[in-house]
Design a protein around this ligand. Structure first.
Ligand SMILES: C[S@@+](CC[C@H](N)C(=O)[O-])C[C@H]1O[C@@H](n2cnc3c(N)ncnc32)[C@H](O)[C@@H]1O
Length: 469
């Protein structure tokens, strides 16, 4: 570097986003002063900004050796490790930062965000609450807590936080969108629509609330609006094949077969859309029973329960935090039995490692008409079957895995009779759709000679409801 630059020059370039020049200046100064912590940190920040986390870590670690009690260095190490997906290491540094500056918001919030990624929701809630005590009117914190409740499948819990977030900041687009999601889950479809529309009006280029509106319009029976919002979403992202699939499928479902088929054909060579297209092909062979296209979880459950007329048992497999079983319990006047280890998935499933959805052995709060059976299905079911002789009226299977679904269907086969209604929570339109609940069911159909009719299907929720004939 010929010209002499000062630290201020470097920082000016840095601020203006000219990271390359800023780094050159910092480096030339650093060569003269190798142990200058400020320069090491500034270069670390540049490396962070240009997505060179390894280099950033190296620089921040050097700075850390020189100034082990510097809060900001610990914070930046936490941020960079998080950028690299090294969540546990990241949290180690956030913990150090929090110890050095207990009243700083940023490490607390970042620590909470990391804990959410690890699905340690209760611990994350603790971190967010500490941050909220320091900044009670933070819309961002209320939003983070709201999304935490959504992720831990507690939409009722989410609503109050998200409502606070949009009250504190009425132009908080993501908070409006998440509020829409929470209201959808609690079956307030009109409230959800208002929230999504608000998000879309604040940011017309934001695809998610448009997509979410289409699910609500499906359940409100507003076909024209379903098509309209999907078309708007595609106008924003013309190469989005998933949206095109949803639009093509909706055209076909609502009677514009040629139009829909042509659209789906135009994207059919793309491997990424194979799960949707292959399960749509499967479903169309089942259309003799005229199943209903559904947009939301609650609608699927409602239709399934309405169709379940047998005198018999109501069962759910996969209870976790109790979101779905609480909903079902509200809709039936009888008992519902819920089965779960409460220790999470016994095997990995797609990107979810073994143990995902663990409630750490704790049972959720449930209404009086819910009876919980804690343990692995193959251990709890035989005793239950000996005790309860009735056939099955309503069966909700939400355990994701082929092996768990096979266990359930094989053990319950004698109780699955004409009139039994089954909802599968993970059945169509996702990466391994034909290897999980679907596969276990298709094999059971062959093994036990069941005939069935589809009642509903949803590419939004991946669910189907069906009735054994
Ligand atoms: C996706 S979660 C269920 C979500 C739940 N329906 C809700 O609304 O929050 C899947 C659950 O299945 C349970 N599970 C899966 N296989 C199991 C098995 N073989 N025995 C017991 N529980 C199992 C896991 O513990 C986990 O809680």
């Amino acid at each position: 570097m010929d010209k002499k630059f000062s630290l201020t020059d470097g920082m000016e370039y840095h601020k203006a986003g000219n990271f390359e020049l800023a780094d050159e200046i910092y480096l030339s100064l650093q060569n003269l002063d190798p142990y200058n912590v400020k320069l090491l940190c500034l270069r670390g920040l540049v490396a962070q900004s240009i997505n060179q986390p390894d280099k950033a870590i190296e620089l921040f670690l050097k700075a850390n050796v020189l100034h082990p009690a510097d809060f900001n260095i610990q914070l930046q190490l936490g941020i960079t490790y998080s950028q690299m997906g090294e969540i546990n290491l990241s949290n180690l540094f956030y913990e150090k930062a929090m110890a050095l500056a207990p009243n700083a918001i940023e490490p607390l919030v970042n620590y909470g965000n990391n804990l959410c990624k690890l699905k340690l929701f209760d611990k994350a809630f603790g971190a967010y609450q500490k941050a909220l005590a320091l900044e009670p009117t933070s819309s961002r914190l209320n939003y983070n807590i709201g999304t935490l409740f959504l992720n831990k499948m507690d939409p009722d819990g989410a609503i109050k936080w998200l409502e606070t977030a949009v009250t504190l900041d009425p132009i908080y687009t993501s908070a409006w969108n998440s509020l829409g999601a929470a209201l959808t889950e609690t079956d307030d479809l009109h409230g959800a629509l208002v929230a999504y529309q608000k998000a879309s009006s604040l940011d017309p280029e934001f695809i998610e609330p448009l997509f979410n509106q289409h699910a609500i319009y499906i359940d409100l029976g507003m076909a024209d609006q379903v098509i309209d919002v999907l078309q708007k979403a595609i106008a924003i992202d013309e190469n989005n094949n998933t949206l095109k699939f949803f639009l093509g499928m909706a055209h076909q479902y609502y009677g514009e077969n040629a139009k829909g088929a042509a659209l789906i054909d135009s994207i059919s060579k793309n491997a990424e859309i194979y799960p949707e297209i292959s399960s749509w092909n499967y479903l169309q062979n089942e259309f003799f029973s005229n199943p209903k296209l559904v947009g939301t979880n609650t609608k699927t459950i409602q239709i399934a329960i309405d169709a379940a007329k047998l005198d018999g048992l109501n069962l759910e497999f996969g209870v976790f935090n109790g979101k779905s079983i609480r909903r079902i319990a509200l809709l039936i006047n009888e008992d519902i039995h819920g089965f779960d280890s409460f220790e999470g998935l016994p095997e990995s499933w797609n990107d979810e490692p073994k143990g995902s959805y663990s409630a750490e052995g704790f049972l959720p709060e449930v209404p009086k008409n819910v009876v919980l059976h804690k343990g692995w299905f193959n251990e709890t079911l035989p005793g239950f079957i000996r005790e309860f002789k009735a056939p099955i009226r309503f069966l909700h299977i939400d355990c994701d895995l082929y092996s768990s679904t096979k266990t359930i269907l094989d053990l319950l086969a004698p109780k699955i009779i004409a009139g039994t209604v089954i909802v599968f929570d993970e059945f169509i339109g996702y990466k391994s759709w034909d290897k999980d609940e679907f596969k276990a069911f298709e094999e059971a159909v062959q093994r036990y000679g069941w005939k069935y009719e589809l009642l509903t299907f949803s590419f939004v929720t991946k669910q189907v409801a069906l009735i054994i004939k």
